[in-house]
Design a protein around this ligand. Sequence first.
Ligand code: GLN
Length: 312
Amino acid sequence: MAAQSPDLARIIARLAADMAHEPQRGRVADYIPALARADADRFGIAVLTADGQMHVGGDADHGFSIQSISKVFTLTMALNRIGARLWQRVGREPSGSAFNSIVQLEHEQGLPRNPFINAGAIVVSDVILAGQTAAAATAEILDYLRMLAGDPAIAIDAEVAASEAETGHRNAALASYIKSCGRLDHAVADVLQVYFGQCAITMSCRQLARAGHYLMAGGRGPHGEVLVPPDRARRINALMLTCGHYDGSGEFAYRVGIPGKSGVGGGILAVVPGRASIAVWSPGLNARGSSMIGSLALERLAEAMGWSVFAA
Ligand code: GLN
């Protein structure tokens, strides 16, 4: 693994330079002002390898709204809390629909297809709420990310959280529908507070790559500490591969070939099991709501390094 590092540093420097000149940058999310202000010209990358080396390029220390990448970490928390019982409340199948789609919920009696679409993440928030207030549950999520990234400075962007709540009518509809099916234990307003709070966490590529360490390392953190059992890390990776990019998950698996989870803030967390935890960020999105330049950078990096879960 150590022998890979010099190459990797060169590849990342080259990628950061190349991505700056890519003409097709996608469209910045504009459903709330704080995200609409992001600059589509930005690009950051951080790669943490299994031997503990961190390689960065571009705007790797620029904070951005992690949005749906938070769903990976809240899923981990919910599994740590209630284990396989979670699967009675949320499925494990790709949805083939947009991240905020409503239509499947009615067909499936309020059982969300998977934990990475909004409906599924709302159920996961409900699980984390058990036994505590919405403020405490939100603080628990933030603390978990600070612990994983080893950085107590990670914070929630209050402006983003407030705008999510103000404009989040569709998420409110999803939560209300699930509640109407008897599938939420807590008040819709509390569940949404937790969900909007997690979406509004600000992190940099460097912080996210560190937080993803346990997914590449069989459940172990950067200091060898056991954070989740190996089979749990493996299964979260499986869900990231099959469901991490919503209705673009098949395309990402085909082009990049590793587990990944995107957010509408333009970040993607990607995992090469046994080898690397990678975070990329560029705010312009493709039609499915995933970073356009970020996906391209991961495709080029995976190809250059021979990183694919499908490679012989
Ligand atoms: N806050 C966004 C929403 O709930 C998150 C979606 C995403 O990142 N795909 O709509």
